[in-house]
Write a protein that binds this ligand. Sequence first.
Ligand SMILES: [Zn+2]
Length: 123
Amino acid sequence: MHEASLVQGLLNVALTAVDEHNASSPQKKATRIQEIVCDLGLIACVEPQTLTGCFELFAEGTLARGATLTLRTAPLDCECTACGHVFSLTRRHFVCPRCGAGELHFNGGHGLTLMSVHVECEE
Ligand SMILES: [Zn+2]
């Protein structure tokens, strides 16, 4: 399943980031991941609900257990192939705002990008 590998990769990056943080600041270790914030590409072929479901499953038994996976929609850079207008889309409405053409060239928009990890530290 596509979503499963995305989530596994995401979780690995987040857990590695926490490990590195703990190695560099042993006096203020992160004990738990509270929230992971990601940008999801506008034309990524994944279901947000499937992503969060996979996340809960994979997070079990790790520092991310019970953490919230927050998915934001990343604005998608695109260019109208009819009039050359460059703009960014924030919703799935694939029409040029200037000339109304539906022929757009997308720049990215497929991925799932880790933006930030919020952790709880021991006192
Ligand atoms: Zn146009």
